[in-house]
Ligand binder design. Structure first.
Ligand code: FE2
Length: 367
């Protein structure tokens, strides 16, 4: 195999080159059709759309957990966050069952389904059909996607290349975030799975932002409810423009203002909604005030192990989380193994974040 490191804008052609070399060595990658492709397409700004949460429909079902009736084992990862399910084939869920799934993910934050080879092997068109049940599919402005499938967001790292957002000048690879929170309507129910994984390492950390919020005193929560913050996609775009992660920006980055505490539209639960990767400042506060509060919140999220769960990726695992009430971080501890980690994300957008406090106005201030 080639040993060069790929980080620049020549990545698309070099990915193909590496695959051709691998094939010539008799090593045909099973998911070659789902390798990252970096088209030079340009996308217009995302427009608003009407979102209706499928979890709402499940509230009227006689048994909103009927989709789990055939499960052979159900394990709560922690009391407040995460449930692991065995014996349910996601590929066979009916529309009603998918609605129930959305509600259950909203309630538990995170669901982990094992033994989902049927789902994973159905391929890209099925992934799109699956995700479209839950909302309009987000097309990422910078990440690689399978050729012809821009709705599928890919993460990818192997011995020769990395197409992840990886910061090298930090003492940790942990970077807590809620996916693309800079969008006006950030994602809700999100599906993610690995097509290839290292033999050990590469787990994913999750935290419940409902739980992290509950740790605060009532007066502090009352104060946070009055705040709104700027979320920015600029730094992510600049990372790509600097030649990393495929080196392409297909949609100009945006900044949007979201409430610091949002309310889930189905469960009504309040969740902390700031993250170190994309939140930049609290609107209306002086810089030192904003920095101090945000850094306190980021630090709280990072060190609250009693709000977190960790997913270990056994082959054919499919994970779903509600991006509105959780945050997560990759763990890049497998780099020296040179093994491939190749993941696909299906990312339906949801509602514009709803302030926990009805009196908070989002449109009366500039970014
Ligand atoms: Fe993420």
């Amino acid at each position: 195999m080639a040993t060069e490191t790929i980080t620049g804008s020549e990545t698309a052609s070099q990915t193909l080159l590496l695959e051709q070399k691998a094939r010539s060595n008799g090593d045909v990658y099973r998911y070659a059709a789902l390798l990252p492709h970096f088209s030079n397409d340009r996308y217009p700004p995302l427009g608003p759309f009407q979102f209706s949460d499928p979890g709402h429909r499940a509230l009227s079902h006689s048994n909103p957990r009927a989709f789990l009736d055939n499960a052979s084992n159900i394990i709560h990862l922690t009391p407040a966050l995460g449930t692991e399910v065995h014996g349910v084939n996601l590929a066979n869920l009916s529309g009603d069952h998918k609605d129930q799934l959305a509600l259950e993910v909203a309630r538990r934050g995170l669901l982990v389904f094992r033994d989902q080879s049927d789902f994973i092997d159905k391929g890209g068109d099925f992934y799109k059909q699956w995700g479209s049940h839950f909302g309009r599919l987000h097309i990422h402005p910078t990440s690689g996607h399978p050729d012809g499938l821009p709705e599928i967001h890919l993460v990818y790292k192997d011995a020769n290349s990395t197409f992840n957002f990886e910061v090298n000048d930090s003492v940790t690879t942990t970077l807590w975030h809620s996916d693309v929170s800079y969008e006006l309507q950030p994602p809700g129910l999100t599906t993610f799975f690995l097509l290839s994984q290292p033999s050990t390492g590469g787990d994913t950390l999750f935290t419940s932002q409902v739980s992290t919020l509950k740790k605060f005193s009532p007066p502090f929560v009352t104060f946070l409810r009055t705040l709104k913050a700027v979320h920015s996609g600029v730094e992510q775009a600049e990372f790509s423009r600097s030649g990393k992660r495929g080196g392409i920006v297909r949609r100009e980055p945006v900044e949007n203002i979201h409430p610091v505490i949002r309310r889930h539209p189905v469960t009504g639960e309040e969740a902390l909604y700031v993250n170190k990767q994309f939140t930049r400042r609290i609107v209306g506060l002086k810089k030192e005030e904003s920095d101090t509060i945000l850094n306190f919140l980021y630090d709280h999220v990072a060190k609250s192990g009693d709000c977190q769960a960790r997913v270990h990726w056994t082959p054919n695992t499919v994970v779903l989380w509600d991006n509105r009430v959780t945050a997560h971080s990759a763990i890049i501890d497998y780099g020296e193994s040179k093994e491939r980690r190749h993941g696909a994300r299906i990312t339906p957008q949801a509602e514009r974040p709803i302030p926990a406090w009805d009196g908070l106005k989002l449109d009366d201030s500039k970014v």
